[in-house]
Design a protein around this ligand. Structure first.
Ligand code: C2E
Ligand code: CA
Ligand code: CA
Length: 342
């Protein structure tokens, strides 16, 4: 809130000198180092979130160079320039038909047959090729585009599931819901509208929410999840084990299923900690009547180990990778895991 670079510099120096003495707390002396990043409007950017981001980049430059304060300099910031182009490209990705949903099978470990599909988003960038959701979902969450993306994913997945059902393939399709979208008051209405528009019974739609999403505001999450549960939508807790919530707490929520994160599953044969996390999660979940899905089942050995531990459902490259809808149909017909879908 200052109007020139000079003034910003003066303010920064003042803050630095105010902080530049030891603080005594409970008899302990603390020396606190601070770093300030400055971005200027309109020289560097005009939108609030972009300015904050550029100031953040400048702050990291100040930290590395130990200069106290630093102005944003795009020449030292090829990474953030790349982020910003990605961000503006993402704004037009939907209308340019660059987004696509792939579907990965989930297999019932007792019968060895497919029991569901997870929809996973892909972005085919015209210049950069395929971009992973791990790269662009965080950008979309920061700049608010996640709402449009989630609406697109919901529409697409519900319509695909209805189409499959029409062809005798009766499998629930799961979509991933970010925290921002769970707490969006429009979410339940838009899901209800989509199900109605495609005449799809709610039990063919599952929502995957991460542990940290529901823990961000447990009371509101409980309210919204109760409403979705009453609609008949299936609910799963995703990436279980990566947060700090207890299963005991999660059990208060009307969820049907928890998914153990692939980081634990992939290492469970070599790492005793990961093995015991997987084992105790399965036991605890079963004591609470929750179904357990293991992500990251890459090998036959992992499959057998998880079957032996009583895991309910497996998802991973060993059974099937995320595929285009046509390839899913092919997989259902040809693979030994397919077959119970019709
Ligand atoms: P996630 O929800 O945990 O999805 C599982 C990820 O594990 C997927 O990565 C999947 O391709 C990958 N995977 C499945 N089986 C195996 C395996 O056997 N080995 C290994 N190494 N990986 C396996 P993907 O498709 O790259 O998605 C990454 C993350 O992006 C997802 O993690 C999810 O958090 C997010 N995401 C994807 N699509 C959407 C979406 O439509 N909306 C939102 N909000 N997030 C999405
Ligand atoms: Ca997921
Ligand atoms: Ca995961």
């Amino acid at each position: 809130a200052v109007d020139s670079a000079d003034e910003a510099g003066v303010v920064a120096k003042k803050i630095l000198s105010e902080m530049n003495h030891p603080f005594v707390v409970n008899g302990h002396t603390f020396n606190i180092g601070i770093s300030i990043g400055i971005a200027l409007c309109p020289e560097h950017a005009t939108e609030g979130y972009t300015l904050m981001r550029l100031a953040d980049v400048a702050m990291y430059q100040a930290k590395t160079s130990q200069t106290g304060y630093t102005f944003y300099d795009h020449r030292q910031d090829s990474h953030s320039v790349e982020q910003l182009t990605l961000e503006s490209d993402l704004r037009t990705a939907i209308e340019n038909h660059e987004l696509e949903l792939l579907y990965q099978p989930q297999v019932d470990m007792a019968t060895g047959k497919v029991c569901g599909l997870e929809a996973l988003l892909r972005w085919q960038h015209p210049q950069r090729g395929m971009i992973s959701p791990e790269q662009f979902i965080p950008i979309a969450e920061q700049n608010g585009l996640i709402h449009a993306l989630t609406a697109w994913v919901t529409r697409q997945a519900v319509s695909q599931s209805a189409q499959w059902r029409h062809h005798g393939i009766r499998l629930p399709v799961a979509i991933n819901i970010s925290a921002k979208c769970l707490f969006d008051p429009q979410l339940t209405t838009s899901i209800r509208d989509q199900l109605e528009a495609h005449q799809l019974p709610a039990q063919y739609l599952a929502l995957e929410l991460t542990e940290s999403t529901v823990m961000a505001d447990p009371n509101r999450a409980l309210e919204i999840l109760t409403e979705l549960d009453e609609m008949g939508v299936r609910l799963a807790i995703d990436d279980f084990g990566t947060g700090y919530s207890s299963l005991l707490y999660l059990k208060r929520l009307p969820v049907d299923e928890i998914k153990i994160d692939k980081s634990f599953v992939l290492d469970m044969l070599d790492d005793r900690n990961d093995a015991s996390i997987v084992r105790s999660t399965i036991d605890l979940a079963h004591n609470m009547n929750l179904r357990v899905v293991a992500e990251g089942v890459e090998t036959e050995i992992l499959w057998h180990e998880l079957v032996a531990q009583g895991c309910d459902v497996g998802q991973g490259f060993y059974m099937g990778r995320p595929m285009r809808p046509a390839a899913v149909q092919d997989w259902l017909q040809r693979s030994p895991w397919g077959g119970s879908g019709s």
